[in-house]
Write a protein of this length. Structure first.
Length: 498
């Protein structure tokens, strides 16, 4: 792991401006001031849990804030910059709520000029998301089906022109330059576009052919005409198929052997806007609407974000910010977090007076640092490379994480942020942890090679709430011992002692 110098900062009480008004949300959450002796007992238990780490090279940072008073009840190397992994999403989600506002919705638009169709993106990561669509009891193409039905009802039988896609809400860099190359084909490193569909992935499954030795049969979801399969995988035992995809191409190479159904799961697709448009074209064709022209990219939005007056809107799809926060928080869906930080960067730039900005990681980073600095949080050594934490060039401290958690709790979107976190023993990435105290801890997990982090809120037995962060970097071997330490500390925060 990269070495960073430790910085010196103030100790003790770190939050400013605590008043009756700012504590309103905390009061509603049932917070109360913990007796000093109880806090001391908790601190002793945390110190004991951290006293003998499994690997001597482990670098740690930990911080706990009593939400009722704003005081730090425990800290250990709380100002040491560490790689947060997916705890980076805490900064992204909190800033998105502050900049975009709790009522924000992503809006994807289908319009026409009488000749062409125009699909205009707003950076919505949720379009065609299987989990959200399944929860609503609909297919991933339900939005496109609704739009196609409107066209049919309006008497449209064909589109004489092109299907034009506008992804200009974001810049053209779709994968972060610091993401590791070996990650790029995986769903968790899917590219980020102004138009997104099915998490910007294709789901590839193979089936044995009838004849022994014949090439296997390939199916792909969503069905599309873009992915090219070079099929050298034979129908025979043993089942050892191999899938290779050269990043930034449409070609997927299948090799090896297989004698049973085999799913490779979700594999990233390099051009999310084209994948979105191709899915729409397929739905239109299924409804009997032929596209005479081609799919092409072009700028449609005006510099202020509005559509030209000559366009007629056929339909708009709105995704509430809450849906995106839940997928980024509870499920740690990286592409959702990356769309969040880019869209936040775009909105922040507009608020700062920029004309015709394009959402980017750079603007998103500026938005996070500016917003947190304005909130009175010391952002010294805080490095925002991406929105999800996939980059190892993100750096933060345990104190910064807990300060952000305490700050966003006091904001109008605090409840929305709280609800977007995984509930221990109940759902999300904490579903299988702390089952002995379900609902008492809400948090954001973070796991990468040699990194294990956890931050969130713990509700004390008897009332009150802590904001906490625990970060482990640089260890060798499995991360399970560090997960167990985190769980032990969470139990101490809830119960007061073992």
């Amino acid at each position: 792991m990269m070495e960073r110098k430790e910085i010196s900062r103030r100790r003790g009480t770190i939050l400013h401006g605590w008043s009756v008004a700012t504590l309103a949300w905390i009061a509603l959450a049932g917070a109360s001031i913990s007796p000093a002796h109880a806090q001391s007992t908790v601190a002793q238990e945390i110190r004991s849990a951290l006293s003998a780490l499994p690997h001597p090279q482990t670098v740690l940072g930990a911080c706990v804030i009593d939400m009722s008073s704003g005081s730090v009840i425990f800290e250990q190397d709380a100002d040491k910059p560490l790689v947060p992994a997916s705890n980076q999403k805490v900064f992204t989600m909190a800033t998105a709520l502050a900049v975009l506002g709790p009522e924000f919705e992503f809006t994807t638009t289908l319009a026409t000029d009488g000749l062409n169709l125009f699909l205009v993106g707003d950076g919505d990561p949720a379009l065609g998301d299987e989990k959200l669509c399944s929860a609503r009891g609909e297919s991933i193409t339900a939005v496109f089906e609704e739009w196609a039905d409107r066209l049919v009802q309006g008497g449209t039988q064909s589109i004489p022109g092109d299907l034009v896609i506008d992804e200009s809400i974001f810049g053209d860099v779709r994968t972060h330059p610091t993401w590791e190359e070996r990650d790029l084909d995986n769903w968790y490193a899917a590219p980020v576009g102004g138009l997104n569909f099915n998490n910007n992935c294709v789901d590839i499954t193979i089936h044995p052919a009838t004849a022994h030795g014949a090439p296997v049969l390939v199916t792909v979801e969503p069905p599309n005409s873009l992915a090219e399969f070079i099929n050298k995988c034979e129908t025979r035992a043993p089942a050892k198929p191999v899938l290779r995809h050269q990043h930034d191409t449409f070609q997927y190479l299948l090799s090896g052997t297989c004698n049973k159904k085999w799913s490779f799961g979700s594999v990233s697709f390099p051009k999310p806007g084209l994948l979105t448009a191709d899915a729409l074209r397929s739905v239109l064709a299924n409804r009997g609407i032929n596209l005479a022209g081609i799919i092409r990219r072009d700028r449609v939005r005006l510099p202020d974000g509005a559509l030209p007056a000559n366009l007629t809107i056929i339909g708009q799809h709105h995704t509430p910010l809450a849906d995106v926060l839940n997928r980024a928080g509870k499920n740690s869906q990286n592409m959702f977090a990356e769309c969040l930080i880019k869209r936040t960067g775009y909105a922040w730039a507009v608020q700062q007076g920029a004309t015709d900005p394009a959402g980017s990681w750079e603007l998103g980073s500026e938005a996070v640092l500016y917003t947190l600095r304005s909130a009175g949080i010391d952002v010294t050594e805080l490095t925002i490379a991406d929105g999800s934490g996939l980059s190892r060039y993100n750096w933060c401290t345990a104190r910064q994480l807990t300060e952000v958690l305490a700050w966003i709790a006091r904001k109008p979107g605090g409840r929305l942020f709280f609800d977007s976190l995984s509930i221990a023993g109940v759902d999300g990435s904490l579903k299988k942890r702390l089952k002995d105290m379900p609902g008492k801890v809400r948090g954001k997990t973070g796991t990468m090679r040699n990194i294990r982090t956890l931050s969130g809120y713990a509700d004390r037995d008897g009332g009150g709430r802590y904001a906490f962060a625990m970060m482990f970097n640089g260890y060798k071997g499995p991360s399970t011992p560090y997960k167990e330490i985190q769980d032990r500390i969470c139990r101490a925060l809830v119960r007061g002692s073992r």
